[in-house]
Ligand binder design. Structure first.
Ligand code: ADP
Length: 607
């Protein structure tokens, strides 16, 4: 276990090196300016003392008057220099902040792309993504500013202390002793604040989610129809007040610490002022000495506050950066083998005794499922809602890693196949397909991004998905922006979005096509149209289709019937109809629905 001090050192070193590599001259000038301006307070105090002592003995001496005026001018030149230094430091800090945040955010983004899907299903892990993103936004970059401020203030305070030693060596000791409790308490408080933030991440996420519902298009209809506005606002308010209480109690704590440490430091400064007055009275010090030394004591008092803030800031930021780093360095088990050279040229896929449970859940969603798929066959998976159909295809797509049982392409385990190669062999349309708020071209080409400029191929896929006529109605053709989230974007119907998702999947020209309820948003005529097109297109390809509509299942080479995660029936349409089991019941009740239900008023739902 590394101590916090070691972590502070390590993170500070890493951040500095990262920035140094990009902007060596800027960082060097930043440091140089910090070093030069750090001695300004001491010079200022010395100037004040000399000016006051000179004024008290002026007595019409012209040369002395001129030197006083020059010293006064120097005081102001120093002030202007300090301001210029501050403006430059702010500029460098802004460059450094932007670049460091960008670089770290990119690393977090890269990590997110490679996370296995389980990560998003587990709320604890999801909280960690949130903490990492939040931590890097507010805390990564400012660490360097805090470090430079700390160096500057330590030099500053040391130079002023040297002046104070001139009066008596005990004076700085009094001030330093009085300043330490404040720093320690502040560090303790930052630690406490961090722990609270971690504890409340989930609640804060829930609050954000609830508020987001109010402003999201997909929730807008239900919120109005079911008059959920007030309910959601109240729910959001409740969490807000809970977090507000935690936040305010912390702010009060911080206020108490700040006032107490201020009182201790003020008392110490008062004691020093009394000692200085006593020394002026006994003729040891001049009035100029008094003004300069009491100024020095006050400067030290203020700088102790700044040092305390910098030290506590560095400590706090280190805790947050630690979050980002542990997220980045975590060894996330990848569902596939990224470094393998194994390719597949299979004749059969063997699904052998696979069982599956979602992360942190005991319930088996798939229970000892076994079947085989011949290359070029079409498979239909049917079953009631929640029977495990989507989970099964997600395992086939290697989105989830199967831990019990195996999926073999001939003899090659899916987990050993090279990821990028496997992805090229598979394509899919999901029921929760994406509606990218980008132009039509991007929406289709995202199925195979290297073909983004291949208009012919994009048009062909749109045609296969039955959207060729639709393109001709778009003002900017393939470059027409889609969706209502950005300016000029054209909103589409659910069915049109779904056809675009199908065109996107077709861009991939994969050997295995997986369709999870690909026609859920389509009207019966369009559904039939799409299934006919698919039947044509997928000749010679291996297809796995989940559909609530059992009609197209009749064309499949093999139908799998799932119930509560178990494969209960398997065969062609005719074979399953003959055994008069679950499939037979589902099929006949669906046929009954289409043929008679309206006439008889007998509505029965199945599947
Ligand atoms: P189907 O596609 O047949 O409707 P699913 O495979 O989607 O069924 O779901 C099967 C079961 O797994 C359901 O009980 C569902 O609640 C559960 N489930 C689905 N997705 C997840 C998930 N990401 N995390 C936890 N449980 C899930």
């Amino acid at each position: 276990m590394k101590t916090n001090i070691e972590k502070v050192w390590e993170h500070s070193k890493e951040s500095t090196l990262m920035i140094w590599k990009d902007h060596p001259y800027l960082v060097m000038s930043w440091l140089l300016i910090a070093l030069v301006t750090s001695v300004f307070p001491a010079i200022h105090i010395w100037l004040q003392k000399t000016i006051i002592d000179s004024i008290t003995i002026l007595g019409g001496d012209k040369r002395l008057l001129i030197s006083v005026v020059l010293l006064l001018a120097l005081t102001h030149i120093l002030k202007i220099g300090e301001t210029i230094g501050m403006v430059f430091s702010n500029y460098v800090n802004s460059v450094v902040n932007t670049d460091l945040t960008f670089r770290t955010k990119r690393l977090v983004g890269e990590k997110c792309i490679n996370l296995s899907l389980d990560y998003f299903d587990n709320s604890i892990l999801y909280d960690r993504i949130k903490m990492a993103v939040q931590s890097l936004t507010y805390n990564v970059a400012n660490l360097l500013q805090d470090i430079i401020d700390l160096i500057k203030n330590i030099i500053s305070i040391t130079s002023v202390i040297i002046i104070l030693v001139y009066a008596h060596w005990t004076l700085p000791i009094i001030l330093i002793t009085a300043g330490f409790p404040g720093i320690i308490l502040l560090i303790f408080l930052k630690n406490r604040r961090y722990k609270e933030t971690v504890e409340n991440t989930s609640l804060a996420r829930k609050m954000e989610y609830t508020f987001r519902l109010l402003s999201r298009k997909d929730a807008a209809k239900e919120i109005r129809i079911f008059q959920l506005g007030t309910f959601l606002l109240e729910r959001w308010e409740k969490i807000h007040y809970k977090l507000r209480k935690v936040n305010l109690s912390h702010t009060v704590y911080e206020g108490k610490v700040s006032v107490s440490s201020h009182i201790i430091l003020s008392l110490a400064t008062l004691v020093i002022a009394v000692i200085l007055v006593w020394q002026v009275d006994s003729g040891v010090l001049t009035v100029g000495d008094y003004v300069a030394l009491s100024g020095a004591a006050l400067t030290i008092q203020t700088q102790f506050g700044t040092i305390a803030q910098s030290v506590a800031g560095i400590f706090e930021k280190t805790l947050y950066i630690n979050n980002v780093k542990s997220f980045l360095s975590e060894d996330i088990p990848h569902s596939l083998n990224v470094n393998s050279s194994a390719k597949i040229n299979f004749s059969k896929i063997h699904i052998k005794n696979i069982s599956f449970s979602y992360e942190n859940q005991e319930k088996k969603v798939l229970d000892n499922v076994s079947f085989e798929i011949n290359r070029g066959d079409s498979i239909a998976i049917v079953g009631e809602n929640g029977s495990g159909k989507t989970t099964l295809v997600n395992c086939l797509l290697a989105l989830y890693k199967v831990k019990t049982g195996s999926i073999l392409f001939d003899d090659t385990d899916i987990n050993t196949i090279d990821e990028s190669y496997l992805r090229k062999q598979l394509t899919a349309v999901f029921q929760d397909y994406m509606q990218y708020q980008y132009p039509l071209r991007d929406n289709v080409a995202m199925g195979n991004i290297s073909d983004i400029d291949n208009d012919n191929k994009i048009m062909k896929c749109l045609e296969m998905a039955g959207l060729d006529q639709f393109v001709t109605t778009m003002k900017d053709g393939l470059d027409s922006p889609l969706g209502s989230e950005f300016n000029r974007g054209q909103e589409l119907s659910g069915g049109q979005w779904q056809r675009i998702a199908i065109a996107r999947a077709l861009m991939r020209e994969a050997e295995i096509v997986i369709l999870d309820e690909p026609t859920a948003s389509l009207d019966p005529q369009s559904e039939l149209d799409i299934f006919n097109r698919f039947h044509e297109l997928s000749k010679g390809k291996t297809t796995v289709t989940i559909s609530h509509c059992l009609g197209p299942a009749q064309l499949a080479d093999q139908i799998l019937v799932l119930s509560k995660g178990r494969l209960i029936e398997q065969g062609t349409h005719q074979q399953l109809m003959d055994i008069k089991g679950k499939y037979y019941k589902m099929f006949t009740s669906q046929a009954h629905w289409y043929q008679n239900s309206f006439a008889e008023g007998d509505v029965e739902y199945s599947g």
